[in-house]
Design a protein around this ligand. Structure first.
Ligand SMILES: [Zn+2]
Length: 151
């Protein structure tokens, strides 16, 4: 995984469905999803925070923890949504990076989200490996994390 894929809000863009769809060119399976290169690579700072935060929108910070308001109300709300729906916490990610550095964070992320089958990345938005389990999504386009499916 690549440092540029860690958005200012702590999102790992590599796990995002729009990134993985682009990476694997999955619209050829009959989808019409937006493709995204990741918040930093596409030069928009952060899809979650840029429109509501001047520091992020203006590109004044690389990561939210550099801000004196960290963690602000908006980041906490985003974190809450992602923690409950998508099994990842922006604030946990950012705290980890701040304490242990980006390199260790990326290494952990790679292990944490690795597909046991193909070694690809699990998508945080649905809990699927889009290499191995794309048929699940073809069958049910709204498929989201199923607690019974993994572990
Ligand atoms: Zn896989």
């Amino acid at each position: 995984m690549n440092e540029d894929l860690i958005a200012p809000c702590g999102m790992n863009c590599g796990l995002c469905i729009a990134f993985q769809f682009k990476e694997l060119d999955l619209n050829k399976k009959g989808f019409q999803k937006k493709y995204c290169l990741g918040c930093i690579p596409r030069g928009e700072h952060c899809v979650h925070m840029a429109s509501t935060c001047e520091m992020i929108g203006g590109g004044k910070l690389r990561l939210c923890f550099e801000c004196s308001s960290y963690p602000c109300r908006r980041l906490k709300a985003l974190d809450k949504r992602y923690s409950s729906k998508y099994h990842m916490s922006m604030i946990e990610n950012l705290d980890y990076i701040q304490a242990n550095g980006m390199e260790r964070f990326l290494k952990n992320e790679e292990a944490k989200w690795k597909c046991p089958n193909c070694g690809g990345k699990i998508c945080c938005h649905n809990g699927l490996c889009l290499n191995c389990d794309i048929d699940v999504l073809v069958g049910n386009r709204k498929y989201r994390w199923d607690e019974n499916r993994r572990e």
